[in-house]
Design a protein around this ligand. Structure first.
Ligand code: LLP
Length: 416
């Protein structure tokens, strides 16, 4: 939890952010282990009356091995979308039986490696992919468990870039074709249809689209039962939104759970959830230091050392992240556009942020960057990726070293 101490400095879980910046420099990602645990426990508590539930943390939201270990120790399963994410889970020894593989196009290599590790199931996104999984499983003399990811054509009323369950999106198989695809899969020798899956989008604030989607999945479940295809898992994907600004009011996990459990409790079926953002989003912060202040015509800019290479969400989705100063002072506040050092007009972290007078090296903290923060960072402008730090019981633990410029260049040395 963030708290301003007597010395007017903002601390995270009792640890001085100023101290972290002195130890590891800026920009620097900082996560609260307590907060990660609380969010996972809240899910577990909210769904405790549904005993057959598997929470599969969506690794793409924040994939640091040390964070995966925290969820693994709490009993979480995992939702993955690449060989790289699978390798991370193998590295921490995650239970293969709690891993689901999503994503619109799994490569042969990814399918093979997942079958070798023995994952719970693949969320299949097309007939071509289904056939490919069947062929690969046959060659490996094994059987692959699958869910069909259906596209329920539901508007989750979120940013268009993160809406995935609409007719117009590339994801899933049209729900009205689903029964035929299941019958086709059921005849195949090397796949076993055991689940139904949908993921309608991300940062969703309205429970209604989730419920509408679930109702469609339940309807499909019954149709399949009539055809003797017995589904054991209904996977609702992820998508529950989080609070980014003081005005935001996302549904609590408890509210979300209560609407879902009611509908599913009488089915002889496990529930899978794939939350990402709602497990890590509010637990991560980005520390950045002031480089320069400047005025262009009538606009005041504060240029900081984190840019769109470190945090892409504001540039890509016009996303709002709260920014505040770490050392509270009483000077007159002014509105700034807080921008990064990257050579792009769109390299804006936040517009019209009210801040006190600040000078070079003063520290700012950017909120709610735990999900899709570090993982979407890049080396644009040949800038090394930031370090990541975890706070655990007032201890500061470096969980990722700052990348070096040599590391960025090393794969290019071959051809010189
Ligand atoms: N399952 C599937 C199949 C997904 O595609 C996703 C996210 C999740 C689960 C987790 O969703 P969550 O609970 O985090 O909403 N980069 C964007 C978000 C992209 C989400 C991609 N898929 C952002 O920064 O807002």
């Amino acid at each position: 939890m963030l708290k301003t101490k007597n010395n007017n400095q903002v601390h995270l879980d009792g640890v001085s952010l100023q101290k972290i910046s002195e130890m590891y420099g800026t920009p620097c990602y900082v996560y609260s282990k307590n907060s990660l645990i609380n969010d996972f426990e809240e899910y577990k508590k909210a769904f405790k009356s549904k005993k057959d539930i598997l929470i599969c943390y969506s690794v793409k939201a924040c994939s640091n091995i040390n964070i995966l270990k925290i969820f693994n120790n709490l009993g979480s399963g995992f939702d993955i979308v690449s060989l790289g994410e699978l390798e991370r889970l193998k590295h921490i020894g995650a239970d293969p039986n709690k891993i689901v593989f999503s994503g619109v196009a799994k490569s042969d290599e990814e399918i093979r490696a997942s079958l070798e590790y023995g994952i719970l199931l693949f969320n299949v996104e097309s007939i071509a992919e289904l056939e490919n999984i069947n062929n690969i499983a046959k060659k490996m003399d094994t059987k692959a468990n699958i869910s069909i990811r259906v596209n329920p054509d539901i508007d989750p009323k979120t940013h268009p870039y993160i809406s995935t369950g609409l007719k117009s999106s590339k994801f899933g198989i049209a729900i009205d074709q689903a029964v035929d695809v299941y019958e086709y899969a059921n005849k195949m020798k090397n796949v076993i249809p055991i689940g139904i899956d949908a993921h309608i989008g991300s940062q969703i604030f309205d429970i209604v689209p989730f419920v509408d989607s679930l109702d469609k999945l339940i309807e499909l479940y019954s149709k399949l039962k009539d055809k003797n295809i017995n589904i054991k898992f209904i996977d609702m994907g992820g998508g529950l939104g989080i609070k980014y600004s003081d005005e935001d009011n996302p549904p609590s996990k408890k509210e979300f759970a209560s609407k879902i459990i009611d509908r599913i409790k009488n089915l002889d079926c496990n529930l899978i959830l794939e939350p990402g953002r709602s497990l890590v989003g509010n637990s991560g912060y980005l520390l950045t230091s002031v480089l320069y202040e400047k005025q262009n015509y009538d606009k005041d800019f504060l240029i900081v050392d984190a840019g769109m290479n470190d945090l892409l969400r504001p540039s890509l989705y016009d996303a709002y992240h709260k920014i505040e100063e770490v050392n509270k002072t009483s000077g007159e506040r002014k509105k700034y556009n807080v921008v990064g050092p990257i050579c792009e007009t769109g390299d804006i972290l936040a517009k019209d942020v009210e801040l006190p007078p600040l000078v070079k090296n003063d520290l700012l903290i950017i909120h709610s960057v735990g999900a899709y923060g570090y993982v979407m960072s890049s080396n644009y402008n040949t800038r090394p990726k930031a370090p990541e730090v975890l706070i655990e019981d007032e201890k500061i633990i470096l969980i990722r070293k700052k990348e070096t410029i040599t590391q960025i260049m090393e794969n290019e040395f071959n051809n010189e």
